[in-house]
Design a protein around this ligand. Structure first.
Ligand code: AMP
Length: 414
């Protein structure tokens, strides 16, 4: 019986070489836009103490309740594969005393995240996000700039059918009062709600705005709206964010029912969707989280950030992959002299590929053409080298590896 083949786990995928180029192009654009605006790259571990997410993301959220990959390690510590990037970055901000640096601290990342979700097109159990966090300022310009940078990345990548929705959640105090009002409203209409929403009225009433269930949706059209309850200073902050988006000519729609499945947001909240994406239409989003750093044991520190899904960007973007690296030299011949030539040429900074499959002389030529090699080196065991110009077919006899490398470099700088 043949040995059974193994497959990647459900909800995960392999990035094959032919898909790598468009991901690299995406990374290059994100990096240029964000580093151009002064953001610096940060990497945090793939797993963290489980408590970071139960405290940071919120114990009642779907993420913490049912989507985390949590395990005990051999030392009996509860660890979790990170489901999102903001709580780990705030943990790092506190742990490394980044509040002593000039504020705000501006950080970006491109990393894999893990959620046990129902796998479907655009929704995976390991997925990648680009994200940016600005920690240490409550200036409305921070929010508007964060939004405009994500907008710039999506536009430059040619993400189609984009809509930006914008809302404000006010402060935790405003939300507490509003939550009580909404909970009472939901209880009063309990009989028309979906079972899932009904079961979570007291735990997470805001999620009722997200429901697809027709009865629930009907009830929610008459529900009290958080933005009507905002305190004057929060409303003023929101108006300042809007004014800056207007000044930057970024179109948005105010959506008073916008909610996101994470507890740490306060004030500004936003989401980009693409109508090219079907059911999983959210490309990226974020908002302000003024209490999170303090919740994680740091000083009170206002902050704002976003995350965008790499797979969804790729699904809705025009594909403009970066050009491949040029192959300067293809070394035909398989002996030690050939290997030594490849090593010397690489030390000189050339892109070199070796013959590795024992092809015939004819097969080697074909392979060099397939790679688009600029030069082909025909290497004799004696050490003598004939360097062939792949375009003209002209051959140049050369005394050894150093002469061959010098010849290629000279041609390269012409
Ligand atoms: P969130 O961290 O939930 O605010 O998500 C931010 C963005 O990440 C979303 O707008 C999606 O583009 C992407 N995203 C979230 N969850 C997944 C998933 N399971 N699979 C693929 N992309 C995801």
């Amino acid at each position: 019986m043949a040995t059974p083949k193994l497959q990647a786990p459900r909800g995960t995928y392999d990035v094959l070489p032919e898909q790598a180029a468009s991901r690299l192009a995406l990374e290059a654009v994100a990096r240029r836009v964000l580093e151009g605006a002064g953001y610096e790259r940060i990497e945090t571990p793939v797993f963290e103490a489980t408590e970071l997410f139960s405290r940071g993301v919120g114990a009642s959220t779907d993420i913490v309740q049912k989507e985390m990959y949590t395990f005990n390690d051999a030392g009996d510590r509860s660890l979790t594969l990170r489901p999102e990037g903001t709580a780990p970055i705030c943990r790092a901000y506190v742990e490394h005393g980044m509040h002593t640096r000039p504020q705000p601290v501006k950080l970006w990342y491109l990393s894999p995240f893990f959620r046990y979700e129902r796998a479907q097109a655009g929704r995976y159990r390991q997925f990648w996000q680009i994200g940016a966090e600005t920690i240490g300022s409550d200036d409305p310009a921070v929010d508007a700039e964060a939004i405009s940078l994500l907008w710039a990345i999506l536009s430059e990548l040619g993400v189609g059918g984009i809509e930006l929705r914008l809302g404000s959640l006010g402060t935790p105090e405003t939300r507490a009062g509003y939550r009580a009002e909404l909970t009472a409203y939901l209880h009063a209409h309990e009989d028309r709600l979906s079972e899932e929403v009904r079961a979570r009225i007291d735990l997470n009433p805001l999620r009722a705005f997200d429901a697809d269930h027709p009865g629930t949706r009907e009830v929610m059209t008459g529900a009290p709206i958080l933005m009507d309850a905002l305190a004057p200073e929060d409303l003023a902050h929101f108006e300042e964010v809007r004014a800056r988006l207007d000044a930057a000519e970024i179109a948005y729609r105010v959506d008073p029912t916008l909610v996101r499945g994470i507890d740490y947001y306060s004030r500004t909240l936003f989401e980009f969707t693409s109508d090219l994406l079907g059911a999983q239409s959210a490309v990226g989003g974020g908002g302000r989280y003024d209490a999170l750093v303090e919740q994680l044991g740091g000083p009170r520190t206002p902050a704002c950030g976003w995350a965008a899904g790499v797979e969804r960007i790729l699904l809705s973007a025009e594909h403009r992959p970066l050009p491949h690296a040029v192959c300067d030299l293809y070394v035909a011949g398989t002996g030690l002299a050939a290997f030594a030539l490849a090593a010397e040429a690489r030390r000189a900074g050339l892109n070199v590929q070796l013959e590795l499959a024992g092809r015939s002389a004819k097969g080697q030529r074909k392979q060099a053409a397939r790679l688009g090699a600029v030069h082909v080196a025909l290497v004799e065991e004696s050490g003598s080298i004939a360097l062939e110009d792949a375009e003209t077919g002209e051959q140049e006899p050369l005394a050894g590896a150093s002469a061959a490398v010098a010849h290629i470099l000279k041609g390269r700088h012409l």
